[in-house]
Each structure stands twice: as C-alpha cells, then as structure tokens.
Design a protein around this ligand. Structure first.
Ligand SMILES: *[C@@H]1O[C@H](CO)[C@@H](O)[C@H](O)[C@H]1NC(C)=O
Ligand SMILES: *[C@@H]1O[C@H](CO)[C@@H](O)[C@H](O)[C@H]1NC(C)=O
Ligand SMILES: *[C@@H]1O[C@H](CO)[C@@H](O)[C@H](O)[C@H]1NC(C)=O
Ligand SMILES: *[C@@H]1O[C@H](CO)[C@@H](O)[C@H](O)[C@H]1NC(C)=O
Ligand SMILES: *[C@@H]1O[C@H](CO)[C@@H](O)[C@H](O)[C@H]1NC(C)=O
Ligand SMILES: *[C@@H]1O[C@H](CO)[C@@H](O)[C@H](O)[C@H]1NC(C)=O
Ligand SMILES: *[C@@H]1O[C@H](CO)[C@@H](O)[C@H](O)[C@H]1NC(C)=O
Ligand SMILES: *[C@@H]1O[C@H](CO)[C@@H](O)[C@H](O)[C@H]1NC(C)=O
Ligand SMILES: *[C@@H]1O[C@H](CO)[C@@H](O)[C@H](O)[C@H]1NC(C)=O
Ligand SMILES: *[C@@H]1O[C@H](CO)[C@@H](O)[C@H](O)[C@H]1NC(C)=O
Length: 458
C-alpha cells in the first residue's frame, strides 16, 4: 500500500512537476559582540548579522549549505558547529575547534560547506570557549525531498530555541569554574524563548539604562497562527545548565520527531527537553481565536531559582503584542519525575522508519563520567582521565600522520563496573589528563556505554 502510494506520488510528480535539483543555500554571516537586552538586562551578546539567535538555515534534503562566516569578534577566535549534521565527506566543516579544524581568527572569513543529507530539525552553535552561552546559536530546518510524504500533515512550521541566560559574562563564569576554590555562577537569571525573556528589573538595584522592562528587545516572543491551521513547532534546547519543560496554554502537543527522527506520535501537555535536543510537535489552532495564549518554559529536575520564560501564540488577527488575558500556567513541579519518565518511554521510532541496530559489536567501550580534581582544580573526566585539547586539531594531525602532536597511549577502554558503586563518593578524587583518542577500525561496530556517576563534593 505504502509503496503504491509512493509510486503514485512519484508518477504524479513526474508528470506535473519537474523533480527539484539539489540546490546551494548560500549564507553570509558577520559575527560580532553587541549590546543587547534579550531579557531587558543590557549586556554584551554575540550576534550573527545583528541577531541572537542567528538566522534559521532553511534547506532541503540533498542541498549543499555554504556559510561564509566573518569573525568580527575583534579579540576572540571562533568556530561554529552544525549539531546533527553528519558531515559525510566534509569533516573539516564540522566546526569543532581543535578536533576538526583550527578556529577562525579575528578578521578572517571561513567558508563552511556541507551537504544536508537527512531531513529533520537541527541546530548550530559556537564551539569555541563559552560563545554558545553568549548567544551564538540558531536553528537548521531541513525539509524532505519533493517526492517524499512525511508520516503526518501540517500547514506551516516554525522554529523555537530555548536557552537559559546569565547576566555575568562567560569570562566570569569560566574563570569561576577554573579557580581554586571552584566558583559556580549559580542558577540562570532568566529563560529565553527564541532569544527573548523578561528579568524583573526592579528585583535588583539596577538603573533603567542597564535594565528596562519596556525595551522592545525583551518583549515576549510571539508566533502568529491562523485559526484552524496545524503548526509544526520545531522546539530545541541549548541551555548551559537547565533541564526544561515547555507548555502552550490550552493546547496539547503531539510529538512527531525527536533529534531528526520520526517517532510514533504521542500527546503531551508539557514537553521535557534537555540541552542539545530537538523535537517537532504538532499543534492545532483550535481554541477561542479572540485571544492569545501563553507559551511557558520552566526549570525542572533542580530546585528552580529562575522565573519561567514566557512567549505566546498570537491568534490572527489579534495584535501580536497583546498579552494573553490569563495568568500563565505554572508548569510542572520541578521534582515530579513521572511525566518526564513517561515521555522518555513514549519515544519510539515511527513504525515506517525503524532502523534495526546491529545485534553484535566488534568492540565495547565503557565510559564512567565523574567529577574529579587535578592539582586541586575541579575537572570532569571519563574513566579518571580528563581531556585536554592538543595544539594541532586531530583531523589535521591524522590526515598528515603527525603522531607527535598528541599522546599515542590509548585511553582506558573501561572501568570496573561490576564492583564500582556509582552512589559512593570516591575517597581519591584525583584524576589524570590526556589528549589521547579512541581510534576505531573502519566500518566496525562499536558498542559505547556511558554512565554518569558520583558528583564529588566540591
Ligand atoms: C526521490 O527522488 C530522488 C532523486 O530524484 C531519488 O533518489 C529517490 O529515490 C526518490 N525517492 C522516492 C521515495 O521515490
Ligand atoms: C537565587 O536567586 C537570588 C536572587 O533572586 C540570588 O540572590 C541567589 O544567589 C540565587 N541562588 C542561586 C543558587 O543561584
Ligand atoms: C519584581 O520585583 C519586585 C521587588 O522584588 C516585586 O515587588 C515585584 O512583585 C516583582 N514583579 C514581578 C512581576 O514579579
Ligand atoms: C525604557 O524603554 C522605553 C522603550 O524603549 C523608553 O521609552 C524609555 O525611555 C526607556 N527608559 C530609560 C530610562 O531608558
Ligand atoms: C489535552 O489532552 C488531555 C489528555 O488527553 C485532555 O484531557 C484535554 O482535554 C486535552 N486538551 C485539549 C485542549 O485538547
Ligand atoms: C518536591 O520539592 C518540594 C519543594 O520544592 C518538596 O516540598 C517536595 O517534598 C518534593 N517532592 C518530592 C516527591 O520529592
Ligand atoms: C590528590 O592530589 C593532590 C595534589 O593536587 C595531593 O596533595 C593529594 O595527596 C592527592 N590525593 C590522593 C588521595 O592521592
Ligand atoms: C578512579 O580512581 C580512583 C582512585 O584511584 C578509583 O577509586 C576509582 O575506581 C577510579 N575510577 C575509575 C572509573 O576508573
Ligand atoms: C561507600 O563505600 C563505603 C566503603 O567503601 C561503605 O562503607 C559505604 O556504605 C558506601 N556508601 C554508600 C552510600 O554506598
Ligand atoms: C561495511 O561492512 C559491511 C559488512 O559488515 C559491508 O557490507 C559494507 O560494504 C562495508 N562498507 C564499507 C564502506 O566498506
């Protein structure tokens, strides 16, 4: 039946529509620091062509995306990672500084060029220092080929990225993390929906020049929708710290995609989302169209100290600045784990798109992720080895067989997971450092098991 349907579609297209050629999507970006007030509090933000989040990359499966990035940060290097894009054949465009490429130095332009080989919802973000947390991020939306029908229908799609936002600069944050004693920046000051939040300026002694709740830059993000239509919201999170819930007042959401893969549809009131994840949810504009409806995001899984992030659905033709007449829904209780677990268990590959994983592996690597100390500094490590970046990016070193530029001693393949008590804080918190890598045999199947364990008491 499915095949027949596809054949019919293809036949129709062959007759009436010329099959689209893969296109080139060309972007020119200028990255710089600018004063912005994303949550009404003015601070330096990294922008792309004047905006944070940056422009959404729109492409169709099979297209080539070219992004010419000019680093106008003046004093900082730059690298941009295309999160979820496999970079088959173009690893040097992956944008992970020190791993696949040298960073782009101030004043330089770098041309990222890659093929988007799989439809779905993806992200891009800085991969140098903490630039992502300064605002350098955005969405990638890869649509399906013309001859392909998705397993669900909708009229329009929109992208939303959720982030947490700190008023302290990333330099202060990074300095605290790499000091003795370790200084944690604390909970974020606000949650941003598509780069917009609202800090309560009168809760801190700030002048109106620094924090102005009337600044249009921090008016809530609104999505205008047409009554009766179905929208695909592509929701992503790029938080530094927070696990989030996302809710739309009066509207259930049907989850249809997770991290670029179709899932069996399921309905949620709250979508729980962790950093680096993307989901597509369908919403129907089927509520009373004479008013607007809140979109909210809340911190979950740690005691929240950040007010909820707010945006709203603007039912056309209501005014896009008209706040909903209601009190925003409070969101789930931060420590109620049942709906989060239910969501995780509900995520199943769509029955038409099941990829059977290999039943055997050629090699297994078992990782234990812990918090340790090195010379008294707090470092995170895997199997007691904390990663340090070599001066020469690995891809360049491997291509040119530069064996002396990083350690050739293989890192540990595992740990004593049978006897290790992950709940017990280690008596010896000391770990070592290495820049060695795990080298995998070409076309081999590797089973990687990653476990989180005790957080050392700082
Ligand atoms: C769609 O078109 C592409 C390129 O023309 C082709 O490779 C692919 O097999 C087609 N897919 C289907 C489902 O017909
Ligand atoms: C919680 O917020 C208050 C101000 O609202 C702040 O003084 C305090 O440091 C915050 N705590 C953490 C852990 O971030
Ligand atoms: C903002 O903070 C002030 C002072 O702490 C408080 O009186 C006021 O209720 C807060 N406003 C909102 C909207 O939370
Ligand atoms: C606050 O922002 C509003 C809107 O842009 C502006 O009219 C007002 O002058 C600003 N207040 C101060 C003290 O800068
Ligand atoms: C959302 O789903 C719940 C549970 O299925 C249902 O009780 C509720 O009526 C739905 N709400 C809307 C607005 O459709
Ligand atoms: C959840 O946290 C609240 C405090 O925020 C506490 O009163 C309550 O007992 C906690 N519930 C559970 C199930 O741990
Ligand atoms: C851990 O390393 C510190 C030096 O940074 C050293 O003083 C301490 O003795 C080490 N602890 C153990 C248990 O080896
Ligand atoms: C890390 O080293 C400590 C101290 O030697 C040891 O107790 C612990 O088991 C090691 N952990 C791993 C994952 O190898
Ligand atoms: C941690 O290990 C010690 C002995 O190594 C044991 O006495 C203690 O009960 C363990 N604690 C927990 C929380 O498992
Ligand atoms: C990888 O291995 C499989 C069989 O294990 C083989 O069918 C396939 O052709 C190999 N791919 C490449 C690129 O060598």
């Amino acid at each position: 039946m499915m095949l027949k349907l596809l054949a019919l579609c293809l036949f129709t297209f062959l007759i009436y529509v010329p099959i689209a050629e893969a296109r080139i999507r060309h972007y020119k970006w200028e990255v710089k620091y600018e004063y912005k007030s994303p949550d009404c509090y003015k601070k330096l933000v990294i922008t792309i062509n004047g905006k944070s989040p940056g422009p959404t990359i729109l492409a169709q499966e099979g297209d080539t995306v070219i992004v010419e990035v000019t680093n106008k940060l003046l004093l900082e290097n730059l690298a941009i990672h295309w999160h979820g894009i496999r970079q088959i054949g173009t690893p040097w465009s992956d944008g992970t500084e020190g791993v696949t490429q040298c960073p782009v130095v101030p004043g330089d332009t770098f041309k990222y060029e890659f093929k988007v080989d799989r439809a779905g919802t993806y992200l891009y973000h800085a991969h140098y220092g903490m630039q992502r947390e300064s605002g350098l991020y955005g969405s990638i939306r890869v649509s399906v080929p013309d001859n392909f029908t998705e397993p669900f229908a909708y009229d329009y799609d929109r992208s939303i990225i959720l982030t947490d936002w700190y008023h302290k600069s990333t330099y202060e944050q990074a300095t605290g993390l790499s000091s003795i004693p370790f200084v944690w920046v604390g909970e974020p000051q606000s949650l941003l929906i598509q780069g917009k939040g609202k800090f309560n300026c009168s809760s801190a002694s700030l002048t109106a020049d620094t924090c102005n709740t009337s600044n249009p830059e921090c008016s809530p993000y609104a999505i205008t929708i047409i009554p009766g239509k179905t929208y695909r919201l592509r929701v992503a999170s790029l938080t530094a710290l927070s696990a989030l819930s996302f809710q739309i007042e009066g509207h259930n959401m049907t989850v249809v995609e997770a991290d670029g893969h179709y899932v069996e549809p399921f309905v949620v009131k709250n979508l729980f989302i962790y950093s680096g994840e993307t989901y597509s949810v369908l919403i129907k504009a089927d509520q009373d169209p004479s008013r607007n409806y809140w979109m909210t995001t809340n911190v979950v899984s740690r005691p929240p100290n950040t007010t909820q992030g707010l945006g709203f659905l603007n039912y056309y033709p209501n005014h896009p600045r008209r706040s909903p007449p209601t009190v925003p829904p409070a969101g789930p209780i931060w420590n109620d784990t049942a709906p989060r677990l239910a969501q995780s268990l509900a995520i199943k590959a769509h029955h038409d798109f099941i990829v059977t994983p290999p039943t055997t592996s050629d090699r297994a690597i078992v990782f234990l992720n812990t918090q340790n100390r090195i010379n008294g500094y707090v470092h995170w490590s895997v199997n007691n080895v904390s990663f340090t970046l070599p001066h020469t990016p690995y891809l360049i070193a491997l291509k040119n067989r530069l064996h002396h530029v990083f350690s050739q001693t293989p890192p540990p393949e595992g740990y004593d997971f049978v006897n290790y008590d992950i709940y017990n804080v280690s008596k010896n918190p000391n770990a070592t450092t290495s820049n060695a890598i795990y080298r995998l045999g070409f076309n081999t199947t590797v089973d990687i098991i990653l476990q989180n364990a005790n957080t050392m008491i700082c």
